[in-house]
Design a protein around this ligand. Structure first.
Ligand code: PLP
Length: 440
């Protein structure tokens, strides 16, 4: 290794050591297959759906069995497995174009453009559309890929607004309701204020500058949905000439909301009011391509989505009941009471790593979410529900969380009955049950 390479290794080593010291070093891991998944974003469990797998297989088999061309070569076969090049050169295909048409028509959009991931879609969209002089206004909790896209963009200004807040009153409400004052009130203004200020700029009022407003359909850390109707009304109000363009990242809301999983924009009937949507294959849709879209379009995902909704109600109810029964301090555990139909349920706690490790010890995969992914003071364990989860698994998870909460409470105020609920007892009970099997 040359001296120059050693220097680079040293620099990277220092950076990694610093991250480790701060507890911010990330590394890849594999979830054991016998764990119950309460963590991934595959909300409809489509990546393990046997019907989709069989359809894909039969398409490949049909292609393999297709006759050779007149020269005895396989050159005329369609490249089902990959593009073989840039779409601008030789990588385009009728398959890719027909999938884009399908996606556009399913979601009620004028057109669709395929990217390799939602990350690429966000960076591609924001890196190319806003022009010098334009402004991007974004929800302060927007995903990192939108931040990367904004960094690549030529827009002159980027302005955050307080999460899901239109007015000053909402700015207070969203934070207060979440965590009893542990989280400080956002330092950012609501969207109404930001747009009102922008509307004073002659370049904006004369439409020389465009304003792009970036939000998510379903926020992946809080599991709350965007107030999209109010956002549309606010943009209309302050940018009446039509140069306010709303972009909704539906990475988490596709599959979960709207008929057959068309997404939140379709559920609200706002297809004509949203300038662009970023949809993702990487979460509820479970896999990329034509086969899964045919599955959605045929309505076969709808029963899965409806089952998921009942599981969401059930889990929220069970977790909130646990919270009200045990009445832990809000630092120990807090579950908000809400009727949200979102499969993402945050359990707020000041000890997210301890709670997540405890659940993992019993074979339940949940993950701690800590600062800076979420604001300091709002650390949590995030529960994500899937079609493959069962009510029995939810009950077991709640039982395990209950043990942890009681143990935490016992550390503060020793209580008699927590002795009978030592973790080993639960472990013995769980050891006796069948291995977890996805209900597919
Ligand atoms: C809101 C949002 N947008 C975009 C992405 C990027 O998605 P992908 O990993 O499919 O590229 C994510 C991923 O976590 C996300 O949560």
């Amino acid at each position: 290794m040359s001296d120059t390479q050693r220097r680079l290794d040293d620099i990277l080593g220092v950076i990694l050591a610093r991250r480790k010291a701060k507890g911010k070093l990330r590394k890849l891991s594999n979830t054991p297959t016998n764990f119950v998944d309460f963590s991934s974003n595959g909300y409809l469990s489509l990546s393990t759906n046997s019907e989709i797998q069989k359809t894909l297989l039969s398409r490949l088999q049909a292609e393999v069995a297709a006759p050779k061309d007149s020269n005895g070569s396989h050159n005329s076969r369609r490249s089902l497995l990959g593009s073989g090049g840039s779409r601008l050169l030789d990588g385009n295909s009728p398959l890719a174009e027909s999938l884009e048409d399908k996606i556009a028509s399913f979601h009620g959009a004028e057109a669709a453009l395929l990217f390799t991931s939602a990350y690429d879609a966000n960076t591609g969209l924001l890196g190319s559309v806003p022009q010098p002089g334009d402004v991007i206004v974004y929800d302060e909790l927007i995903h990192a890929s939108v931040h990367d896209g904004m960094r690549m963009s030529r827009a002159t200004k980027r302005i955050p607004f307080a999460h899901s807040s239109i007015s000053e009153a909402q700015r207070g409400r969203t934070t207060d309701s979440k965590e009893s004052g542990v989280v400080s009130r956002s330092k950012n203004q609501g969207l109404g204020h930001v747009l009102r200020e922008l509307a004073k700029d002659e370049r904006v009022t004369s439409c020389k500058a465009n304003v792009f407003i970036c939000v998510e359909g379903l926020y992946s850390m809080d599991g709350d949905t965007v107030l999209l109707k109010e956002i549309v009304e606010t943009v209309d109000r302050y940018l009446p000439s039509g140069n306010g363009y709303i972009i909704v990242d539906e990475a988490h809301s596709i599959g979960v909301f709207g008929k057959d999983g068309r997404g939140l924009v379709c559920q609200l009937g706002l297809e004509d009011r949203i300038w662009a949507r970023v949809l993702g294959f990487g979460k509820a849709i479970g896999c990329a391509g034509d086969v899964v879209y045919d599955f959605l379009i045929s309505g076969r995902s709808e029963p899965l989505r409806q089952y998921l909704e009942t599981l969401i109600y059930y889990t929220r109810h069970q977790l909130h009941a646990l919270y009200t029964r045990l009445q832990p301090s809000r630092k120990t555990l807090y579950v908000e009471e809400t009727t949200l139909k979102s499969p993402i349920i945050p359990i707020l706690t000041a000890a997210p790593r301890s709670l997540a490790e405890h659940c993992q010890r019993f074979g339940f995969m949940v993950r701690p979410i800590v600062s800076p992914t979420v604001p300091a003071g709002s650390e949590r364990v995030r529960i994500c529900l899937h079609f493959a989860n069962t009510k029995e698994q939810v009950d077991e998870l709640c039982g395990i969380i209950e043990v942890w909460v009681k143990n935490q409470m016992a550390e503060v105020v020793p209580q008699k009955d927590t002795k009978s609920l030592k973790a080993t007892e639960i472990a013995n009970k769980l050891a006796k049950r069948d291995k977890h099997k996805p209900r597919l």
